[in-house]
Design a binder for this molecule. Structure first.
Ligand SMILES: Cc1ncc(COP(=O)(O)O)c(C=O)c1O
Length: 431
């Protein structure tokens, strides 16, 4: 894979790497490493391509857990996206960005009193309820606010998604209500006055790599929704999840979205209740919209050889970018300081005292790679900053930078660990 396969805005010109013509070297030198850089243009292109390849009936809600930077959310909202959130903190971020509450859904197990209260007070489009107990809690909170809260029932379906990297549905899961007990569950909440069952939510898998898997998941969702509509309540929304995969290596195809629109339109026609009810269709992708926009950049601190292997040891690592270790899959990685030239395999590891702390193993990098070089781990725009363990070993937390319109801005400053240390307390008797 070369950088142009990741984004057409990325290029190498001899010994420097640029994003939409902007040389990143001065940015790195000014801000220091490690850092994340995101390209606004890549996000825009991803969004617009997806928008062009989904029928207009489908609304795109950005799953902000993939990258919760306010600037990233704002850009996607400006382009027309709604937002899928999973916590009170994410709702707060939406408020700051100015997202229309009617374009927010909130999914996620173990929602707290505070989570639900904020959603009710903001009047978001729907809370995606994960259990009967949760529906009862939502009802109580909505009653105390003298309002009725709209709910999408999150269903744990019997089906799994073909070609998904991780299945979130099927089998025994902490997410949603098992499909076979749905009727009983609906019966249990039918007398509640402060909730309205208005839709269903199924998020069955992430990292889906083939359009057949995506489409058959969609068809399964529509079939279940049709059954709900026939037997239980007027289905006004179907939230069919995110999960669109991107390629992380030459072996991954990524989900080809081109040409999928007609197939989805044909499918919608097979389910007349969608048109009759004016059912809102919601896709909630995260990774697809932002994954390829981001690069995690770290500096080589040491280079060594151990029993037949070459190592580059860097100033970043799993504290900022856990995904390669968590999933066991390397991401496209390049030495940004060298002409690509002859390559040789390196394991790239960080300073954490755990053997999982690798940004990648057997990565083909310039054979001249040396101390002081900058290494870029690509496809780090989704589940990078947020899915990691930033406090392990008390390093600073990396800043985030957005390249846009030929310039750049720091969109989240480096977090100085000393500020966090300074807030800790030693009880008086220990002093
Ligand atoms: C409820 C829900 N929706 C959407 C997403 C986004 O998934 P992806 O980034 O694979 O599109 C997730 C990811 O975990 C999720 O839990």
């Amino acid at each position: 894979m070369n950088v142009q396969d990741i984004s057409s805005n990325f290029s190498f010109d001899r010994d420097y790497f640029s994003i939409s013509g902007l040389n990143v070297k001065p940015i790195i030198e000014k801000l220091g490493t490690p850092l994340f850089i995101y390209d606004a243009e890549t996000i825009k292109e991803r969004y617009e391509y997806l928008r062009a390849n989904l029928p207009l009936e489908v609304d795109i809600f950005y799953a902000m857990k993939a990258n919760p930077s306010l600037a990233v959310i704002k850009q996607l909202v400006n382009l027309g996206a709604g937002v899928e959130v999973a916590s009170e903190g994410e709702l707060y971020a939406c408020k700051k960005v100015g997202v229309n509450p009617k374009d927010i859904v909130f999914a996620g197990p173990s929602k707290t009193f505070e989570d639900i209260t904020m959603a009710v007070e903001m009047g978001i489009y729907a809370l995606n309820a994960e259990s009967v107990g949760e529906i009862k809690r939502i009802d109580e909170i909505a009653a105390s606010h003298d309002t009725v809260m709209d709910i999408e029932l999150r269903i744990n379906p019997e089906f799994e998604v073909a070609g998904a990297a991780v299945n979130m549905g099927g089998g025994s899961k902490k997410f949603g209500i098992d499909s076979e007990v749905l009727s009983a569950a609906i019966e249990q909440v039918s007398s509640l006055n402060n909730v309205r069952l208005q839709g269903i939510h199924i998020f069955a898998g992430t990292g889906i790599q083939n359009s057949e898997g995506f489409l058959s998941n969609l068809e399964n969702c529509f079939t279940l929704a049709e059954e709900m509509n026939r037997k239980h309540f007027k289905v006004l929304s179907i939230d069919f999840g995110g999960g669109i995969g991107i390629p992380y290596s030459d072996e991954d195809s990524g989900l080809s979205i081109g040409g999928i629109s007609d197939k989805i339109s044909d499918m919608i026609k097979k389910y007349p209740f969608i048109r009759e009810n004016g059912t809102r269709l919601i896709a909630e992708p995260g990774r697809y919209l932002v994954g390829q926009s981001g690069i995690y950049i770290t500096k080589v601190i040491d280079k060594k050889h151990s029993r037949g292997k070459e190592y580059l040891l860097v100033d970043g690592g799993a504290q900022h970018l856990l995904r390669p270790a968590l999933i066991g899959q390397s991401q496209p990685t390049f030495n940004l300081s060298r002409e690509q030239g002859n390559l040789q395999p390196f394991d790239v590891g960080g300073s954490l005292c755990t053997s999982i702390d690798f940004l990648g193993k057997d990565l083909n990098l310039s054979e001249d790679s040396a101390v002081g070089d900058f290494i870029g781990v690509f496809c780090s725009g989704a589940y990078g900053y947020t899915e990691s363990m930033p406090l392990f070993l008390s390093h600073d937390i990396a800043p985030e930078v957005l390249v846009h319109n030929g310039k750049y801005d720091v969109i989240r400053p480096r977090m100085d660990i000393r500020k966090i240390v300074d807030e800790m307390v030693i009880p008086g008797e220990l002093s």
